[in-house]
Design a protein around this ligand. Structure first.
Ligand code: THU
Length: 126
């Protein structure tokens, strides 16, 4: 699947973001090794610390459905480009190889791509 298609899936998913407090909507589309796409959105909570990011929502959906091998994730937000927070980067380290691709941009025709090892070098593994 092309990165542009994955990003468009993230943008579409973003419509379901629940972000009444920050108003910052995020959508993610996670591509598995076998070509399946799992989407996720940020889901905020009145107890702010209970909020979950779009990226982790997508990973939790995939892993809970039995998928643990991934190629790429695209992230879209209501403010355009959005790179994953530190907790989400560490979450990716648990399941992804260092060359896992992370894609974002202001629009589908202007995407940037990083490898996981660039965004979190030496991530923690037990
Ligand atoms: N958020 C994400 O969903 N992903 C990120 O990578 C950064 C932050 C969400 C969490 C919260 O709902 C809102 O964006 C503002 O922090």
């Amino acid at each position: 699947m092309k990165y542009k298609e994955l990003y468009l899936a993230a943008q579409k998913a973003m419509e379901n973001a629940y972000a009444p407090f920050s108003k910052f909507k995020v959508g993610a589309a996670l591509l598995s090794a076998d070509g399946e796409v799992f989407t996720g959105v940020n889901v905020e909570n009145s107890s702010f610390g209970a909020t979950i990011c779009a990226e982790r929502t997508a990973f939790v959906k995939a892993v809970s459905e039995g998928t643990r091998e991934f190629e790429a994730i695209a992230i879209a937000s209501s403010d355009g480009t959005a790179w994953p927070c530190g907790i989400c980067r560490q979450f990716m380290v648990e399941f992804c190889e260092p060359d896992f691709k992370i894609i974002s941009g202001d629009d589908a025709d202007n995407l940037s791509v990083f490898e996981l090892s660039e965004l979190i070098p030496e991530g923690f593994r037990l």
